[in-house]
Design a protein around this ligand. Structure first.
Ligand SMILES: NC(=O)c1ccc[n+]([C@@H]2O[C@H](COP(=O)([O-])OP(=O)(O)OC[C@H]3O[C@@H](n4cnc5c(N)ncnc54)[C@H](O)[C@@H]3O)[C@@H](O)[C@H]2O)c1
Length: 393
């Protein structure tokens, strides 16, 4: 069985789906890796590092000829060049990667029409068993870390409190809104650089986690009703709730040097939590890093992938921070893919208990993980939520 790794073609995408370090584990499963030449270069992994691990180097067509194709961005999350990849896919082939299946309906339908079986990394369920396959979490970890470094590099102040012969420097005040995976990593990273950190989340269950990474939880007299769904994700609230939330957030935002927002609602537009008037209340030189920029942003003034300067406050809306730390992002992502493939592959065992014979990939939808991530199969879109969205179009 072969696993193909094409070079990523989305503009600015520097990650690679498979790093050399996991190739030996694929070999143990009976899977041989075929890499498009140069696919790992931008992430810091030259072809020679793959060859050392006994991978084959070939063309893009060679990578797409494999039984399994592993990508960071399958066509759904590669709107510019993805359709040329779809044309290379074939009947029964398994394609694994980010696919944006709840938004990119046409790309998903086109993959279904090619007969390929698409497994979407966004849909890995949040259950303990699937934690090591959860690429959204691993990429959010990188984004939370990098958001802090971006803020520190932009702020005209230092983060730590320093007592020096030239006087005392006060610590920067960082406010993190939304304390999921990215937010908690941002808190921990800002603490390490020496900032004083406040944080808030709509899910009250997060208070202890915020405190355990060293931040102060900002209490708000707000009743969110049901703040989270069964999957642990925040639920969308009504506009009057967000209105009240903005009033309560105003003072903390105004008093912060850095605001990092991560409040996302899966498949929905991000709620606006920081208005223009709140930005205007911040001191000149302050910085906002809006990690929800891809779906509209948590700050009213955010423009995706642009630097906005409003009355001296810099607002950054990066949409692909994991790609700016491509070495470790790729390493973590590869591990997520490997664990998923290990979960799907079956091999006959010999009398000594050792795996023998050719591996087969089993997509059994009685299994919760497979059922959740399988988007296309047998020429159709099979995922109920994705189908519903398509029918509603
Ligand atoms: N396998 C697992 O068990 C698993 C895997 C990943 C995450 N999780 C958990 O799922 C939860 C969500 O994590 P995530 O990082 O994916 O979240 P996310 O990216 O969906 O959202 C980021 C954060 O923003 C918060 N938020 C949303 N609207 C808000 C608002 N109006 N005001 C303030 N905050 C708001 C959310 O509550 C969340 O904490 C976390 O508790 C995480 O630990 C569990």
């Amino acid at each position: 069985m072969k696993l193909g790794v094409p070079r990523e073609t989305f503009p600015g995408e520097r990650r690679v789906a498979i790093v050399p370090g996991v190739i030996a584990s694929f070999a143990k499963l009976g899977i041989e890796v075929v890499l498009e030449s140069g696919a790992g270069t931008e992430a810091g992994f030259p072809d020679s590092a793959y060859v050392d691990q006994k991978a084959t180097i070939g063309s893009r067509a060679d990578a797409f000829a494999a039984d399994i194709v592993a990508q960071v961005r399958t066509p759904g999350s590669n709107p510019i060049h993805g359709s040329s990849d779809t044309a290379l896919m074939r009947q029964g082939q398994v394609v694994i990667g980010f696919a944006d299946p709840l938004t990119a309906a046409e790309a998903v339908e086109a993959i279904a029409a090619r007969g390929a079986r698409l497994l979407s990394m966004e849909l890995v369920p949040r259950i303990t068993r699937a934690q090591s396959m959860d690429a959204l979490s691993s990429m959010a970890t990188v984004a939370g870390y990098k958001a802090v470094l971006l803020a520190a590099g932009t702020l005209p102040r230092m983060f730590p409190m320093l007592n020096t012969a030239a006087g005392t420097v006060t610590a920067a005040r960082v406010f993190v809104i939304g304390a999921g995976v990215a937010g908690l990593q941002a808190i921990a990273s800002a603490k390490r650089v020496g900032a004083r950190v406040d944080a808030y989340d709509v899910r009250p269950a997060v208070k202890e986690q915020i405190q355990s990474v060293g931040a102060r939880f900002v209490e708000m007299p707000l009743e969110a009703g049901e703040a989270q769904d069964a999957g642990g994700y925040a639920k969308a609230q009504d506009e009057s709730f967000y209105q009240r939330q903005r009033e309560l957030l105003h003072k903390t935002v105004a008093g912060s040097d850095v605001v990092i927002t991560t409040a996302a609602i899966p498949g929905k537009r991000s709620p606006v939590l920081v208005t223009a008037s709140m930005v205007e209340a911040m001191a000149p030189g302050s910085v906002i890093v809006d990690l929800a920029a891809e779906r509209g942003g948590n700050c009213e003034l955010t423009r995706a992938d642009e630097v906005v300067i409003h009355r001296g406050v810099t607002i950054l809306g990066p949409t692909n921070l994991p790609s700016t730390v491509p070495y470790h992002s790729s390493q973590m992502y590869s591990r997520n893919i490997l664990t998923l493939v290990q979960h799907l592959v079956r091999r006959e065992k010999g009398a000594d208990g050792k795996a023998t014979g050719a591996p087969t990939l089993v997509l059994n939808t009685d299994d919760e993980i497979t059922k959740e991530i399988l988007v296309t199969d047998g020429g159709h879109v099979v995922h109920p939520r994705v189908r519903q969205l398509q029918e509603a179009r």
